[in-house]
Design a protein around this ligand. Structure first.
Ligand SMILES: [Zn+2]
Length: 235
């Protein structure tokens, strides 16, 4: 059987392109495995929700305490007012005025507390929403990671097969032809071989002379595209 170096190199290029594709996807998978941006984002949102809850809850507790203290004060003043110990009309009037002032203060605090409690409720809802979102993100992540792991295992098998095929293919190729391929490969961005179609080189789309066409069809030696310099293989 006559050896066609360009055809052999073209086959090698196909294998190399496939290997590069498998490696790129494997690298992508490795980057995705173990860290899930959606989970990180959902966790940050949960933490933020929980952070905004804390001061509101503390404020509500403070207000409750203030109201309790005030209620005690009111009780004391009322006790003094109704005990009968004070007979002086002006002193009684003053006591009554004090009780009224304290009650107004109590009302204001109660209103503020109601407002803060509503904010506490909203913040609490935000926390449970964020927690639900986080759980969903974690569950989705587990499924995605399992899928990625399965894909990785499959691709590793494919890569191993492709590398064996490449080794077998390299063994068939004349070392001089292989050297040309290896030299051209980085310069041609991984495609040092182009198919010569009816309209010319299929990489740069430039028509070739009839002599080149003939030489490529014969396939006994390496012929280059006159325009882009790639090795030409017959279709
Ligand atoms: Zn070309």
């Amino acid at each position: 059987m006559q050896v066609n170096p360009a055809a052999q190199l073209y086959r090698l290029q196909t294998l190399d392109l496939n290997i590069a594709k498998l490696r790129a996807r494997l690298k992508q998978i490795d980057d995705l495995l173990g860290k899930d941006e959606e989970v990180v984002r959902a966790a940050a949102q949960r933490d933020a929700a929980s952070e905004s809850y804390k001061p509101l809850h503390a404020r509500a507790t403070d207000l409750e305490l203030e109201i309790k203290t005030l209620a005690e004060k009111i009780a004391e003043s009322e006790a003094a007012l109704y005990s009968g110990a004070t007979k002086n009309a002006k002193a009684l009037q003053e006591l009554q005025a004090e009780v009224n002032a304290l009650r107004r203060q109590e009302n204001t605090l109660q209103e503020t507390l109601m407002d803060v409690m509503m904010q506490v409720d909203n913040a609490s809802t935000a926390i449970s929403d964020a927690e639900t979102a986080l759980t969903t993100a974690q569950e989705t992540s587990v499924i995605r990671q399992t899928d990625l792991q399965a894909e990785k295992t499959k691709l590793e098998g494919d890569l191993s097969t492709a590398e064996t095929k490449r080794k077998d293919q390299v063994a068939k190729i004349d070392p001089a032809a292989l050297k040309i391929y290896d030299t051209l490969r980085p310069r041609m961005k991984g495609t040092p071989v182009a198919v010569l179609g009816p309209d010319g080189c299929m990489a740069c789309h430039v028509e070739q002379t009839s002599i080149i066409n003939q030489q490529v069809r014969m396939g006994t030696k390496i012929v280059y595209c006159e325009s882009c310099g790639r090795i030409l293989a017959s279709a």
